[in-house]
Design a protein around this ligand. Structure first.
Ligand SMILES: Nc1ncnc2c1ncn2[C@@H]1O[C@H](COP(=O)(O)OP(=O)(O)OP(=O)(O)O)[C@@H](O)[C@H]1O
Length: 393
């Protein structure tokens, strides 16, 4: 979709900002350009919409050399979001959002309807915010308007230069999540510049890690974090890349532990037998459609035995506790860790749609992380990794 072929940019004062760059961004892919200040990210991006012309090499967009396309026509196919947003202060939010459709000559009503639709999509109710002026919005809201405006004419390509750079970390994380949700719906081809490796990892399908004017590694977040191509990349992604990796490593069924499982209508005696056979302190409780209900502690299940009561009359249902800490399979290990903390839970259930697959404990989470790092380093599947534990050494 976007292809850089041996592109070099040398400024008039002799600075080589981009040096013989070649890479490709597939249709619907989100590529983050990350690197320290002054390494050539913005120059790379601005060459795509011809705000800057390359000194040599060419950039091909959808099979067409952009040097041959009229810059104004080219920019209509490319949405552009920048950190300073650049909203018109004297225009309302709705008018700002409708800017490009209006320039394209859309009828006023159609342009305004489209703008309202886009504001809705970025989480701003047009009936509340549409008539406000930019200075009546928070920084995060202004940033959302910037994204809505860039998407209004439905361009296939989106260039984003530090789009979430001007807001505080909490708002930034929220905007990132919202943007990921939006991107999963609109599937634009996106080039996003950031100097923040966390943001690059979180948002990118692939990441281009820049050194001075050159890409040092162009790969998936998991590979960049797990197997940095050069000492420079290793240094840039940081010593805590194991932690960053939590957010890009999905929970796989093979990571899960299988605790005893009982059903709501099982007699307590049966549950107690099951628990003691496994020597387990708790069992997962499913309903009769095998959906997760919760859990039951061993002491509750064993009570009838201890007090010599008949098990009849007592079922698991009477003692089962609800379990709120669960996640769909494929969620990240980071989400798993944060769900454990949020619910103060020693384990979380993992589901495939409604089907219970098993549980993730802190020990299993740690194992999954180590497996995924070793798998990348060795170029093998995660399930094939043999973990060596302290006890083995
Ligand atoms: N108009 C210009 N004339 C001369 N040199 C320039 C010009 N614009 C940028 N540069 C230089 O080119 C290099 C790359 O700049 P660029 O803006 O692409 O970097 P960047 O990676 O986006 O940096 P930042 O994260 O600070 O925005 C820098 O050394 C910069 O000083």
């Amino acid at each position: 979709m976007i292809r850089f072929e041996n592109v070099t940019k040398r400024y008039a004062d002799g600075t080589t900002a981009v040096d013989d760059l070649s890479f490709e961004v597939a249709e619907g892919e989100l590529v983050t350009l990350v690197g320290p200040s002054g390494c050539g990210k913005t120059t790379t991006m601005k060459m795509v919409n011809r705000l800057i012309e390359p000194t040599s090499g060419r950039i091909v967009l959808d099979g067409e050399d952009i040097a041959a396309v009229d810059p104004v026509k080219l920019r209509r196919r490319i949405g552009y979001v920048i950190q300073q947003v650049g909203l018109f202060p004297h225009k309302t939010v709705l008018e700002n959002t409708a800017t490009v459709p209006a320039l394209l000559g859309w009828q006023r009503k159609k342009a305004r309807d489209r703008a309202a639709e886009l504001l809705d999509l970025v989480g701003l109710d047009p009936s509340v915010y549409g008539d406000r002026y930019p200075d009546q919005l928070s920084g995060g809201q202004r940033q959302r308007v910037g994204v809505a405006r860039a998407l209004a004419a439905d361009p296939p390509v989106l260039l984003m230069d530090e789009p979430f750079g001007a807001v505080d970390p909490v708002v930034r994380e929220r905007l990132q999540s919202e943007f990921l949700r939006l991107q999963s719906q609109v599937r634009k081809t996106v080039l996003l510049v950031t100097h923040d490796i966390e943001e690059a990892v979180r948002l990118g399908d692939r990441i281009a890690v820049y050194g001075a004017g050159r890409i040092e590694q162009f790969d998936t977040p998991a590979s960049v974090l797990g197997a940095p191509a050069t000492p420079y990349v290793a240094d840039f992604v940081g010593a805590d890349r194991g932690l960053k990796r939590l957010s890009v490593t999905p929970i796989e069924p093979g990571d899960l532990e299988q605790p005893p499982v009982v059903h709501l209508d099982d007699p307590l005696a049966k549950a107690a037998a099951r628990l003691s056979a496994d020597g387990a302190r708790w069992a997962v409780v499913l309903d009769d459609a095998d959906r997760l209900h919760g859990w039951i502690p061993a002491d509750a299940a064993e009570e009838p035995g201890k007090e010599g009561k008949e098990a009849a009359g007592g079922t698991v249902r009477d003692h089962a506790r609800r379990m709120e800490a669960w996640l769909p399979v494929g969620s990240s290990l980071k989400q798993a860790f944060s769900t454990m903390l949020q619910h103060d839970a020693g384990w979380i259930a993992v589901l495939d749609d409604d089907r219970f697959l098993g549980v993730l404990t802190p020990a299993r989470l740690h194992e999954a992380l180590r497996r995924s790092i070793d798998a990348d380093a060795g170029g093998i599947a995660r399930a094939e990794v043999e973990l060596q534990t302290v006890a083995d050494v």
